[in-house]
Design a protein around this ligand. Structure first.
Ligand code: NDP
Length: 334
């Protein structure tokens, strides 16, 4: 029987390629957790996900009710089969919006979707996952939330949760930023990624020993071609991949990035909990699939996986604990 894995945002970019790699691997049955079910189905068809290796289910992360509904639907669907893997991948990046947009529950969109929706999802699914042997919960991180790297530290604005004044005050409209300061879309994204990585560390500290579940975050490399940059101008979307490829060396293609995320799901090395996985350079430039969508099989050297260092901001235990406790409250858990 294939192992059951949930991938959020499986209808685009990294999530789609991770789902494709897992479907093709043969050992996994993928639940594509997407906001647009028709799009999810069309993507699975277009990219030739093998029949009987996936299903598509509605998950709107900008609604806590939708997260709860998804969990109920998943339980009904999977019957006795335990959930072994949860991949929290979906995200929005809204650097150009001058004004915040809000989730159904009145939270700023990037924090609500990237962090809070996934936070509730993990809290609701861990009790079930602990029944499985070797269960893994992965939340995609980013160097943009990592202030000790060029991408995260030098490019302004920086991630900075401050004293969490906004979060303490309930983080609801009109309070957009977790530090309680003025709205900045690019910073809201970075803050949400820091919270993603803090959540993994805190989940590891609180639940790993108790439940046996492995908690990981990862940075796939810069996948300059995904829809994440949809708000950016056309010239940026042309130049940015080239810049990442030839200047910073941090570029990785969508397919290989997806395989990296799938590696964190599948590789025995990644059974270690509490790790922030990254890959050194050496990404491949050739495609992994032929014109008909069939996998060509791995060829040539790709980047090497390693346990990366979290930034000081992510390692701040006191803030991580506070973020976790306040997130429980905002997600309606306490
Ligand atoms: P994409 O924009 O291509 O994919 C994001 C996915 O999230 C899409 O499938 C989108 O759905 C889904 N999504 C957005 N909003 C919601 C919502 N409200 N509810 C449910 N699903 C939603 O971006 P990427 O593939 O690049 O991003 C994937 C992850 O990788 C993110 O966590 C991002 O932070 C991370 N990342 C990306 C990097 C990059 O260079 N691209 C670098 C580092 C990290 P839909 O298909 O309907 O649009």
């Amino acid at each position: 029987l294939r192992k059951l894995v949930v991938v959020t945002g499986a209808s685009s970019g990294l999530g789609r390629e991770c789902a494709r790699a897992l479907c093709n691997n043969g050992n996994y049955f993928v639940v594509m957790a997407v906001r647009d079910v028709e799009k999810g189905k069309a993507v699975a068809k277009k990219y030739k996900f093998p029949d009987n290796s996936y299903t598509v289910m509605k998950l709107e992360l900008a609604s806590l009710q939708s997260v709860r509904d998804f969990v109920a639907n998943l339980k009904a669907f999977k019957s006795a089969r335990p959930l072994t893997h949860l991949v929290c991948n979906a995200a929005v990046y809204l650097p150009k919006d001058p004004k915040p947009s809000w989730t159904d529950d009145g939270y700023e969109m990037s924090m609500g979707v990237n962090h809070l929706g996934h936070f509730l999802l993990t809290q609701l699914l861990i009790p079930d996952m602990q029944k499985a042997k070797g269960a893994r919960c992965i939340i995609v991180g980013s160097i943009t939330g990592n202030t000790n790297t060029v991408g995260g530290g030098l490019v302004y604005p920086k991630a900075d949760l401050g004293l969490l004044k906004g979060m303490e005050q309930g983080a609801q409209k009109p309070i957009a930023m977790m530090d309680g300061k003025k709205y900045d879309g690019a910073k809201a994204y970075k803050d949400s990624k820091v919270m993603n990585m803090m959540t993994v560390s805190e989940l590891h500290r609180r639940y790993h020993k108790k439940t046996g579940v492995t908690f990981s975050s990862m940075y796939p490399g810069c996948i300059a071609e995904t829809q994440l940059f949809r708000e950016k101008r056309q010239w940026f979307r042309k130049i940015f991949p080239l810049f990442m490829k030839y200047v910073t060396g941090g570029y990785v293609g969508e397919e290989e990035a997806g395989e990296r995320l799938a590696q964190v799901v599948d590789d025995p090395i990644c059974a270690k909990s509490g790790v922030y996985w990254s890959w050194n350079g050496g990404a491949q430039t050739v495609g992994r699939y032929d014109a008909s969508g069939k996998p060509k099989g791995a060829g040539g050297a790709g980047g090497e996986i390693f346990e990366n260092q979290q930034s000081d901001a992510v390692q701040d235990r006191e803030t991580a604990k506070k973020v976790f406790d306040l997130s429980c409250k905002l997600a309606g858990l306490k």
